[in-house]
Design a protein around this ligand. Sequence first.
Ligand code: AMP
Ligand code: ZN
Length: 119
Amino acid sequence: MTSCTDSNCLFCRIISGDEPSTTVYEDDKVLAFRDKFPAAPVHILIIPREHIATLNDTEPKHAELLGHIMLTASRLAKELDLADDGYRVVMNCNRQGGQTVYHIHLHLLGERPMRWPPG
Ligand code: AMP
Ligand code: ZN
């Protein structure tokens, strides 16, 4: 199930299988895998198969996909038993937002208390 083939993009290479990852969920629209440098005991990245560089590049046609990414986070949080205690979802955008990989991804973080506001 590959639909993204930008070989310059780390997450496209994960989708194509050219880069290893620990998959926790996949379907025809998204892939979810463990963050290689976890910032919490549970740290999962949910990415679309379609290459979209930043949240700035999303359009109304992406509404269903963006909703699906959020619903995937909710579903995984329940499956991983994070839902009752709570968890955080984050999407960083561009430099000031802390984005380092330019293929949109939703961070799902859990199993520790989260500070607010974030640093
Ligand atoms: P961001 O800084 O929001 O762009 O998030 C990028 C995330 O990708 C960071 O949390 C990194 O730890 C993570 N990351 C970088 N390389 C890999 C990789 N090869 N496999 C899984 N996660 C990665
Ligand atoms: Zn990509």
